[in-house]
Design a protein around this ligand. Structure first.
Ligand code: ZN
Ligand code: ZN
Ligand code: ZN
Length: 269
């Protein structure tokens, strides 16, 4: 399984779109891995997770063949993950020589908003409502949505994704996992866990998580043999408010065996 992380920032981007704080100014000066765009990932060039407003930038930067992607999975509808207006560009007037429909998977809010925005070209899209703990088959992948603690007004989802003997937990946006999610994971074995670390050293584990929470989850995963020494744990979705460079994040997380994400990072498991 190949996972490509296209964006690794929180909602505002890092540097944030309008911000002139020290953290954002330093990111602009450093460039490289300190420039973080809004969150998305692609698995095996087949399954895309989330569609942020930076998607066109991702296509250009990473030379993505986005027209060949026929499956799009949503965690939730916060704007940094969900920009359906640009999905409209995958309709016959704007996109030629591609296969229709695009399959879109998401919670009831995703379905309602997509129905609204994509109403003029219904035949170009197939909407699949997904619910926690109801496994869906997408090509060779089994995807089990799990509840997150993120926005009480919406069923925000994490994903447990299996393909053959490879298993990925795609875990953001989330706070500390709700108990039913812990119960589900109890007897699982993960090759990779990608975890929300929005808050850095700012304490907080409701809605998003901090470094301590990510370390604690890794420790629990290890105790319960949910991960083994070869499994990868990766922290992502960083806010400019944490005021930590990529190097500073590495200094804090790598001694605990946690990798720091960056835009364009490719992980093979
Ligand atoms: Zn987010
Ligand atoms: Zn800033
Ligand atoms: Zn969110």
């Amino acid at each position: 399984m190949k996972i490509q992380l296209l964006g690794t920032a929180a909602a505002e981007g890092y540097p944030a779109v309008f911000c002139k704080c020290d953290s954002c100014n330093r990111a602009r000066e450093l460039g490289g891995k300190d420039i973080r765009t809004r969150t998305s990932a692609i698995i095996d060039d087949f399954l895309k997770i989330d569609f942020p407003p930076d998607t066109f930038h991702h296509v250009l930067t990473h030379n993505l063949d986005l027209g060949s992607i026929e499956h799009l999975l949503f965690t939730h509808t916060h704007h940094d993950h969900f920009h359906p207006e640009d999905i409209r560009m995958r309709t016959p007037i704007f996109a030629h020589a591609i296969q229709y429909p695009l399959n879109i998977y998401g919670n009831d809010v995703v379905m309602a908003k997509c129905q609204n925005v994509l109403a003029a070209s219904k035949e170009s899209f197939k909407l699949h409502r997904i619910q926690p703990f109801e496994k869906v088959q997408i090509g060779d992948y089994q995807v089990t949505p799990l509840p997150a603690d993120h926005n009480p007004m919406e069923t925000c989802l994490l994903f447990y994704i299996e393909k053959g003997n490879k298993r990925l937990l795609y875990g953001h946006d989330t706070g500390w996992f709700p108990e039913p999610t812990w119960s589900f994971l109890e007897d699982k074995q993960l090759d990779i866990a990608i975890l929300d670390c929005t808050n850095g050293l700012i304490q907080g584990r409701r809605n998003h998580m901090d470094i301590d929470a990510v370390k604690e989850i890794k420790a629990i995963f290890t105790d319960k043999s949910i991960i083994n020494p070869t499994s990868k744990v990766i922290a992502t979705h960083f806010s400019h408010n944490i005021n930590l460079s990529h190097q500073a994040l590495q200094n804090l997380l790598e001694p605990a065996g946690i990798e720091v994400s960056y835009d364009g990072m490719i992980i093979e498991i």
